[in-house]
Design a protein around this ligand. Structure first.
Ligand code: GDP
Ligand code: MN
Length: 403
């Protein structure tokens, strides 16, 4: 599960990670008061106004309606409301949002931390994530922090330092020092960075996250180390033991069909193709998507209805698939193991009748317990549903309806 920058920074703060302080607002009217509060707390006179959306690249992104960037500097308290107004309520398009962009509902007003001093502020990249291939966490860092880290990783991968953490012994002090040293730090900044890495690792582990990405981490002109941006990915499967973190979910940032599917206990991921599919079991769903590809179609979604599929789940699945205007055909592929095929067939027929007019052809393949009985129910229903028992028949029928 993704969360907003301001929420991620709140988590960091709770674990003692130094952050760029800020106050979040939902309307421009609140901007001046928020900025004043922040100025009182931090002593800052300059502010950064930052769109809160679940996507990066905001600094270079553009708000369609006003042409403002998604992250802008306000060089006085008076400038803040106008800058907030240019971002809030608008549609921000960045290289991560796709051309349709994302609506901005909240804005973070943060203290400016790039103030001049004895040395220039310096941006670093730092992340902690799970390295699935190695089966352990990895810390990644780079001196080339800031807005173009993807290009750095692609063109000069040697500039990304990696330090793997043994899960048995955890993060060791020498490892944090090694990373800080590789970033070219010394003296106070070095010590601060080691502290920063330890606190960050603690936050990452304690929240059961799968990724923490801080880009940039800033070394200020007076050698403080601060998180200026924060992207946190929480492991959804661990949220049951983090009720407070589960509440950070912002469903306005998620695909509405995926939200609806979640409410019905379905695992649904929307894709760009033309053949909707409803399958029980993730493995079979993957195989079904392959079959659709081989038949010359493209899967419109991944949908796993789970082991206990019944009339209600089938109906919910149907409704979700049918809301996608790209869907030209639906392939239902159910293996009757725990659930009997005749029950699924009855569920399909019932759901079909409940929904009423369905204008796309439906191919149902039922295999396993009571497959023959299931096929019979489908065929005798009198509905525009074609039954197939073998996967290759199902594939052929998808091909037929698409041609
Ligand atoms: P992203 O573009 O979505 O990754 O958003 P970031 O939070 O990383 O901000 C984008 C850029 O804004 C950063 O890389 C900085 O260059 C700049 N920025 C962020 N905070 C400040 C600040 O306090 N002062 C100044 N001058 N620039 C800032
Ligand atoms: Mn960033």
């Amino acid at each position: 599960m993704n969360i907003h920058e301001y929420q991620a920074k709140e988590i960091l703060k709770n674990y003692g990670v130094a952050i760029q302080q800020g106050v979040v607002v939902e309307s421009p009217e609140k901007a001046t008061d928020a900025a004043k509060t922040l100025a009182d707390q931090t002593g800052t006179g300059w502010f950064v106004v930052k769109a809160q959306i679940h996507a990066g690249g905001r600094g270079k992104g553009k708000v369609q309606e006003t042409d403002s960037n998604g992250v802008v500097l306000a060089k006085s308290l008076e400038e803040v409301p106008e800058k907030v107004k240019n971002i809030i309520g608008g549609t921000l398009v960045t290289h991560q949002t796709g051309p349709q962009g994302k609506k901005v509902n909240k804005v973070l007003i943060a203290e400016d931390v790039y103030y001049p001093g004895e040395s220039d502020p310096k941006e670093f990249y730092l992340s902690i994530l799970l390295d699935r291939a190695k089966g352990c966490n990895v810390i990644m860092a780079s001196t080339e922090g800031g807005m173009d880290i993807e290009e750095v990783a692609a063109a000069t991968p040697e500039k990304i330092i990696k330090e793997w953490i043994d899960p048995g012994v955890g993060l060791q002090p020498f490892q944090a020092r090694k990373v800080a040293f590789a970033l070219g730090l010394e003296g106070k900044a070095m010590k601060e960075m080691v502290k920063f890495i330890f606190a960050l690792y603690k936050a990452y582990e304690s929240t059961d996250s799968s990724m923490f990405e801080i880009n940039p981490v800033l070394k200020t002109s007076d050698d403080k180390i601060l998180a200026v941006d924060a992207k946190v990915n929480l492991d959804e499967n661990a949220l049951y033991r983090h009720k407070d973190l589960a509440e950070l979910r912002d469903i306005t940032e998620e695909d509405p069909l995926e939200v609806e599917a979640g409410k019905n206990g379905l695992n649904y991921v929307k894709l760009d193709g033309n053949v909707g599919c409803m399958v029980n079991g993730a493995g079979l769903a993957m195989a079904t998507m392959d079959i659709i590809k081989l038949s010359g179609g493209d899967p419109a979604n991944f949908l796993d209805v789970g082991g206990g599929a019944n009339a209600e789940t089938v109906e919910a699945g149907f409704r979700i698939i049918l809301k996608d205007p790209n869907v030209k055909a639906i392939l239902i592929n159910i293996f009757g193991g725990i659930v009997r095929c005749d029950r699924v067939a009855s569920g399909v027929v019932e759901a079909y009748k409940n929904i009423g007019e369905i204008n796309v052809p439906i191919i149902v393949r039922l295999q396993g317990t009571n497959a023959e009985e299931g096929a019979k129910i489908i065929e005798e229903s009198g509905l525009q549903v074609t039954s197939a028992i073998l996967l290759k028949d199902a594939a052929q029928k998808v091909k037929d309806v698409l041609s």
